[in-house]
Design a protein around this ligand. Structure first.
Ligand SMILES: Nc1ncnc2c1ncn2[C@@H]1O[C@H](COP(=O)(O)OP(=O)(O)OP(=O)(O)O)[C@@H](O)[C@H]1O
Ligand SMILES: [Mg+2]
Length: 266
């Protein structure tokens, strides 16, 4: 890549026959298959939406991409390297917002929490301060900067997690159920983040079943159902093929087209 915006066809993640099985009693023989035979590439600069009902494997998939969970079969390459060899680069380039906002809090205060990531990446002095302030501002947390992180409300904790990855300036952002717990303004702020990061050429992977909030920004829609990748393609086409058993509501029931499916004008 020669400067400028990244080519859409540059492969970031290459997922081949990926499976994840959890051992344990109470499961079927051979354990419980949370993911079965997933095959896909994830390209630089795309906004990928992963939809699926509760327990379909979205979070497990995210954890494996982020090298936070081992896989049971197949392989995942990051920029052509097996994940285990790519971990240092992955840690620099990938920002995650977990489904469980509490699990992500590191800093004692709001400002310390947001500063943690960029500090780790080597930012300091006025650069660090500026990045942290901008991230707090854009997530509406400036007034709470000196609050104890643990004392924030559920929605504020989620905003805090988003502010943290904004401040890091990651190339790739994975958001796991980013709208859960958020009020109207919180949803708008996350959508603005998605829109702005996308404009900057960042790669976004959004895991959600709340398609109506964000579909307009998606270049591609994946449907996970009981650990199987049922569909992968342009949002409008995937929705046309949607089967009721996937447990996903077609948001076009309330909107005229996939391009209308957001609370934020595009
Ligand atoms: N550590 C684990 N041990 C055993 N089973 C697990 C573990 N983690 C996840 N699972 C199982 O794997 C399946 C997929 O879980 P996952 O968290 O990926 O679902 P999800 O699609 O993110 O659901 P939700 O919409 O509720 O967030 C679930 O049935 C879950 O019980
Ligand atoms: Mg989940």
């Amino acid at each position: 890549m020669l400067g400028g915006s990244p080519s859409l066809r540059e492969i970031l993640f290459s997922v081949r026959n990926l499976s994840k099985t959890f051992p344990g009693t109470g499961y079927n023989e051979g354990g419980f298959r949370a993911l079965s035979g997933l095959n896909l590439n994830i390209f630089a600069g795309e906004c990928l939406l992963v939809a699926g009902s509760n327990g379909s494997g979205k979070t497990v998939f995210m954890k494996i991409l982020a090298a936070l969970m081992d896989l049971s079969g197949g392989e995942v390459l990051f920029r052509g390297l097996p994940l285990e060899k790519a971990v240092p680069r992955l840690r620099r380039e990938l920002g995650l917002v977990f489904q469980d906002a509490d699990a992500q809090i590191i800093g004692e205060t709001v400002v310390e929490d947001v500063a943690f990531g960029p500090k780790n990446l080597g930012a300091s002095g006025s650069t660090l301060e500026e990045r942290v302030n901008r991230a707090l501002e854009s997530m509406g947390l400036s007034a709470k900067r000196d609050f104890s992180s643990r004392d924030l409300s559920g929605g504020e904790k989620r905003r805090l997690a988003v502010a943290g990855i904004l401040a890091m300036g990651c190339e790739i952002i994975i958001l796991d159920e980013p709208f859960a717990n958020l009020d109207y303004f919180g949803v708008i702020q996350v959508l603005e983040l998605i829109r702005d990061q996308k404009k900057q050429g960042k790669t976004l992977i959004v895991l959600t079943h709340e398609l109506e909030k964000v579909l307009a920004f998606a270049d591609r829609l994946l449907i996970l159902d009981r650990g199987i990748l049922r569909d992968d393609g342009k949002p409008e086409e995937v929705l046309d093929r949607l089967l009721p058993e996937y447990g996903i509501r077609d948001p076009r029931q309330s909107y005229r087209s996939a391009g209308d499916c957001t609370w934020l004008p595009v």
